[in-house]
Write a protein that binds this ligand. Structure first.
Ligand code: IPM
Ligand code: MG
Length: 367
């Protein structure tokens, strides 16, 4: 099983190193090869997604990805910015199905910005379509307006579009995922305004006919944003387009109070996948050894489950993470009074110890 390891920028290298350590501890036949991506790759070779990195990713069964981006690249032309690496990988590998779980761990209920009773036991799965919509729709660009409110002035435009097969395949993914959970899907759209999302709603409804055992409801995106903070536990599987999914998944992640805990998976039709934490590169804390590696470690678990067909190994990682939380270990982002503050490496070590069945020894970080 080949894994391309792409640490990227900011805290990426630190957290990926811990996930790699955890994967090694499983003693599976995993071949891991590392390559630069994002700002790091731009510095090294002038492009955020060099051909050699892309080739490594394409030839792997799975990609373990850290994070990309730094404010210092904001002035580069768009094609050279670190974010293009992740967009390029999604497009080139055809990673259309993005799974973003938002789970509130019982030990971290109080870290949420919402009242504990609203989030206790929260377990939502956002399924975001990842290779279509206004993110990739052509044409896009800048030009002189010939109509609209100010003809003759400069304007910019993007194209929101979805083809029927694109909607069908993500709808199938959502209904099948729901069958493994509580058999409920909420499809989020903006059918009251946008033609693209009236079509989305129609196609999802049509696909639903093949899943009579799954309950489907439809919700406008503005209402979904509101319901996520009002009564988040009403959701189970949420399926939506690329743009709405980007926004709602950040909102849902924040409800759990622990974005440092949330993994994600992006899969193509062959189950080849890219696995990354839901959080970003956090350049403000990079290199300090304080970043939470658990989202990346849990992403490695998702990788074993979805792309490498080793659910047993995924379970081992997930229960090890449960064990370190239960033992009271916390990186600063999830720390609260009474818990033991640890750094990135000590957290990774503790997960390894839990996997290999040793008692967890605590190397605390001075705070
Ligand atoms: C995400 C990120 C990306 C996106 C950026 C970095 C291009 O926000 O994965 O949610 O918008 O998809
Ligand atoms: Mg986002």
């Amino acid at each position: 099983m080949k894994i391309a390891v792409l640490p990227g920028d900011g805290i990426g290298p630190e957290i990926v190193a811990e996930a790699v350590k955890v994967l090694r501890a499983l003693e599976l036949p995993l071949e891991m090869e590392e390559a630069p991506v994002g700002g790091a790759a731009y510095e090294a070779s002038g492009h955020p997604l060099p051909p050699s990195t892309l080739a490594l990713a394409k030839n792997a069964d799975a990609v373990l990805f850290g994070a990309v981006g730094d404010w210092k690249y904001d002035k580069l032309e768009r094609a050279l910015r670190p974010e293009q690496a992740i967009l390029g990988l999604r497009k080139e590998l055809g990673l259309f199905a993005n799974f973003r779980p938002a789970v509130c761990y019982k030990e971290l209920t109080h870290a949420s910005s919402l009242k504990p009773e609203l989030v206790a036991g929260l377990d939502i799965l956002i399924i975001r379509e990842l290779t279509g919509d206004i993110y990739f729709g052509q044409p896009r660009g800048r030009r002189t307006a010939v109509d609209g409110h100010f003809p003759g002035s400069e304007e910019a435009f993007d194209t929101m579009r979805y083809s029927k097969p694109e909607i069908e395949r993500i709808a199938h993914v959502a209904f099948q995922a729901a069958r493994q959970r509580s058999k409920r899907v909420t499809s989020v759209d903006k059918a009251n305004v946008l033609e693209t999302f009236q079509f989305w709603k129609d196609v999802v409804t049509e696909v639903h006919a093949q899943y009579p055992d799954v309950e489907l409801d439809h919700m406008y995106v503005d209402n979904a944003a509101m319901q996520l903070v009002k009564a988040p536990k009403r959701f189970d599987v949420v399926v939506t387009g690329n743009m709405f999914g980007d926004i709602l998944s950040d909102e849902a992640a924040m409800l759990t109070g622990s974005i440092g805990m949330l993994p994600s998976a992006s899969l193509n039709a062959r189950n080849q996948g890219l696995y990354e934490p839901s959080h970003g590169s956090a350049p403000d804390i990079a290199g300090q050894g304080v970043a939470n590696p658990l989202a990346t470690i849990l992403s490695a678990a998702m990788m074993l489950r979805y792309s490498l067909q080793r659910p047993d190994a995924a379970d081992r990682i997930e229960s090890a993470v449960g064990a370190v939380l239960a033992a009271g270990l916390r990186t600063p982002d999830i720390w609260s009074e009474g818990a033991t503050k640890v750094g990135t490496r000590a957290m990774g070590d503790a997960v390894v110890e839990a996997i290999t069945g040793k008692t967890i020894t605590i190397k605390t970080k001075k705070s």
